[in-house]
Ligand binder design. Sequence first.
Ligand code: PHE
Length: 449
Amino acid sequence: MHHVESRATLGGKLSAVLVAAGSSVGLGNIWRFPYVAGDNGGGAFLLIYILCVLLLGLPVMVAEFTVGRASKRNAVGAYRALNPRWSALGYNSVIAAFLILGFYFVVSGWTAEYMVHSVTGSLAKLSSPEEYGSVFQNFISNPWRPVLYTALFVLLTHFVIALGVQKGIERSSKLLMPLLFVILIALAIHAMTMPGSGEGLKFFFKPDFSKVTASTFLVALGQAFFSLSIGLGTMVTYASYFKPDTNLRHTALNVTILDTMVAILAGVVIFPAVFSAGIEPSSGPSLVFITLPGIFNTMPLSMVWSAVFFLLLVIAALTSTISLHEVITAYLHEEWHMSRRAAAWATTVATMALGAVASLSLGVLGGWKICGLNIFDSLDYVTANILLPVGGFFTSIFVGWRLDKRILKEQITNNGTLKFRIYKLYIFLLRYVCPIILLLIFLDNLGVF
Ligand code: PHE
C-alpha cells in the first residue's frame, strides 16, 4: 500500500465529532426529515426511523470510520487499498455525492433566499398559509433567481474549501450549532402554544400503523442514511483525516445522538405549526418553507427570529455541502492526480451545472421526467432510497465479512488501547442484521412478499 503524502489530520476529539456532526446535521434534519415523516404518516414513521438509525445507521457509521482511518484515502482509494475488488463501492459513493449535491445545493439556495427575505422584511409581510405557499412556488419555479442562489451557494462552498477556512467554520460550529439547537427549542416551545398544536404532536408521536406500507420502511431507511451522511463514503473520507487516538465508536454514537435529536426537534417545531395552520403534512419538499414563516410571524421580533434561524440553517447546510464536495474533490485529487485546486474547481463546475438543471426542473424544465418524477425529485429519490442503502449494504458486508478482522479490531480499539466489550454483538450486527434487514426492505419494495 503506498501512502498519500502530507494528508491533513483533524484536531482533537471534539473536532472529529464536530466535523462529522457538521456533515450529518443539515437540511436532511430540518427540511427533509419533516417532509418525509409528514408524507409517511408521522408517528409510525418516527419509530421505524429511530430503529433504522440504531440498528443499521450506527453500525454502518462505525464501519465507514474504520475503512477511512485504516486506509487514509478518499472513498474509492480506501476500498481499493483494502481490497481492490471492492473499489466499485467507492464509485457508488462519488456518484451518490455528486447526485445529492445536485439537489442539495438547490435547497441550500432556497434557505439563503429565505434568509435574505427575512432581513428585508418581505417574509414578515405575508400572512396566510396560502400566501406562504404561493410565494414559495413562485420563487422555486422562477427561471433565474433560484439558479442564481444555487450557484452562489456552490461558490460559497468552493471558497470555504479553497481558502482553507474550514478550520474557521469548524471552530465557529462549536458556537453556532448549539445556538441552532437553542433556537429550535425556543421555536418548539412556541409552536406548541399555537392553537390546535396538540393534533400535530399526536400526529408526530402517536404511531398509526395503518399508514405503514412497504415503502415506509425504505423511506425511513433512506432518510436515516441520508441524515447520518452514510452509505456514500463521506464518513470514510472524513475518517481518513481522523487522528490515531480518535475513538471511533464514541464519535459515531455522539454524532448519531446529536443528529437524531435535531431531527426530532425539527418535527416538534413543524408538526404543531402544520396542524395549527391547516397545512397538509404531506405537502412534500415545500412543507418546511411554507410552515416556518407562519411560526415566525406569530412571534414577537419575528424578523430577528427568522433571519437568525435561516442564517443558522445556511451554515448547517454549508457544513454538509462541504463534506459532499470533499468526497468528490479528494477522489479527483488522489485518484486522477489532479491538483487539489483543479479537483475542487472540476467538482464545483460539474455540481453547479447539475444544480442548475435540478433547480430549473421545478419550473421551465418541469416536463423532463424520469419515471414520472422531475429531475429534482428523481435525484432526491434515487440517492436516498437506492444508492445510500445499497452503499450501506455492501459496506456492512465488506467490513463484516471481507475486511481482515485484525484491521477492524485495531481501528475500533485504537490498537488495543480501548476496550470494546460488545465486539461480538457488533460483528453480528454487521454480518447478519444489517445486510439481512437491508435486503428484506429492498425485496419488500420490489413487491416480493
Ligand atoms: N446528512 C446531511 C444532512 O442531513 C446531508 C448529507 C448526506 C451530507 C450525505 C453528506 C452526505 O443534511
